[in-house]
Design a protein around this ligand. Sequence first.
Ligand SMILES: NC(=O)C1=CN([C@@H]2O[C@H](COP(=O)(O)OP(=O)(O)OC[C@H]3O[C@@H](n4cnc5c(N)ncnc54)[C@H](OP(=O)(O)O)[C@@H]3O)[C@@H](O)[C@H]2O)C=CC1
Ligand SMILES: CCCCCC(=O)/C=C/[C@H]1[C@H](O)CC(=O)[C@@H]1CCCCCCC(=O)O
Length: 416
Amino acid sequence: MQVQRVVLNSRPGKNGAPVPENFRLEEITLAPDLKDGEVLVRTLYLSVDPYMRCRMNEDTGADYLTPWQISKCVDGGGVGLIDSSRCNNFAAGDVVISFNWPWQTHAVMTGSDLQKVDPQLVDGHLSYFLGAVGITGLTALLGIREKGHITKRANHTMVVSGAAGACGSIAGQIGRLDGCVRVVGICGSDEKCKAIVEDLGFSTAINYHLEDVPTRLKESCPDGIDVYFDNVGGAISDAVIAQMNNGSHIILCGQISQYNKDVPYPPPLSEETQKNLQSKNITRERFTVLNYMSKADAALCELSQWIKSGRIKVLETVVNGIENMGGIYEFQHFCNCISCCGQFHFFSFSCRCILLYDERRKHWQANHKNIPLKKITSVSSGGCALTTHHGKLTLLLPVISAIKLLNELQSKYCAD
Ligand SMILES: NC(=O)C1=CN([C@@H]2O[C@H](COP(=O)(O)OP(=O)(O)OC[C@H]3O[C@@H](n4cnc5c(N)ncnc54)[C@H](OP(=O)(O)O)[C@@H]3O)[C@@H](O)[C@H]2O)C=CC1
Ligand SMILES: CCCCCC(=O)/C=C/[C@H]1[C@H](O)CC(=O)[C@@H]1CCCCCCC(=O)O
């Protein structure tokens, strides 16, 4: 069987921004026979995440991350279907996920690397297993519960950086559901600001590219800041920390603004910010979701229920084609992504890029008629935004490709 895959072509260098040329698309032949314990999977969606920037370095700087190897297939979070199986735990048609899914249209994987998931949890919207009902949703929920110390009726104000991203967009909504009276999001465009306020229910949004963050924080958080969900680090976090209250809490989720720099994780803080933390007794404990997986099942159920009931909205992003996987890193400033292989569709909001393989979708529908995949229900003007059952998708593609993609999406998925 001929399959396409993405390999690492070159490294950006420890202080370099990733470029599409860091990746290369190849075609290879998969051996037809499976060994005992192996399965053949069809890739549906692959996730492109900030931590992968570290895997592009020879030394990732984090003990739980291995570097990607030059000319080898890259891997990460993925979801797909079992095509055929020689592993007792899996049968053809099962939906499975893995943290080490190769960026490949089909792959032979060992059963022990895969986890079977229940499509009912996401109402057939399988990409959610890589986002809102997957690692980033868990990160938001467990990060808040473990490190946020939000108390109902305490009138807490929460600030979220990277607020339109996969973790941030869910974290802000959970902050609200858990009882914060005010949730302020910081993100990088007016479009994102509008979406997190109008679609997700954040109280206020600050565009850090156009607005003065300290001034806008002062206006938006008149009672100071009690909880900070930090996705970005750097100057934005310095500004937030400067306005945090005594005894307040930081959820140290990630520091994306520093990932192109050759600094350890978590990157060092300025002296002034360190002083702020100490003098105001602010907690800032590192949070890694993988350390809380014993709580994952219950948390995933909670997320699933919130999403199904519409109390949490999910924003997603799609870009078209495995050949565009490298290009996704051009969007890294704007988004972290999900994608797949073959004839892709790459939906792309602020947070996630998702590639959907047409044939696989048909395969899925043929085998799971009772759980229809969500179809796009309307396309809004300008070729830059679509609406699904679950919320708005904003394409970060150039308008021309966005229009082309929308037309394709329309003709393929909106007919019925
Ligand atoms: N602790 C844990 O276990 C986990 C941590 N993480 C971390 O959470 C963070 C968010 O991840 P995720 O939501 O998946 O990623 P996304 O890519 O979905 O979101 C990241 C957001 O950060 C913003 N951003 C990118 N670069 C910068 C910058 N230089 N300055 C300010 N904002 C920037 C982007 O939008 P814009 O600039 O337009 O606002 C983007 O929306 C990352 O730091 C990641 O490493 C993720 C998963 C698990
Ligand atoms: C070094 C910067 C990391 C910053 C925090 C972050 O983004 C962490 C992400 C992990 C999160 O805890 C859950 C995940 O899915 C991310 C890591 C996944 C590790 C997979 C292992 C890959 C490998 O084989 O190296």
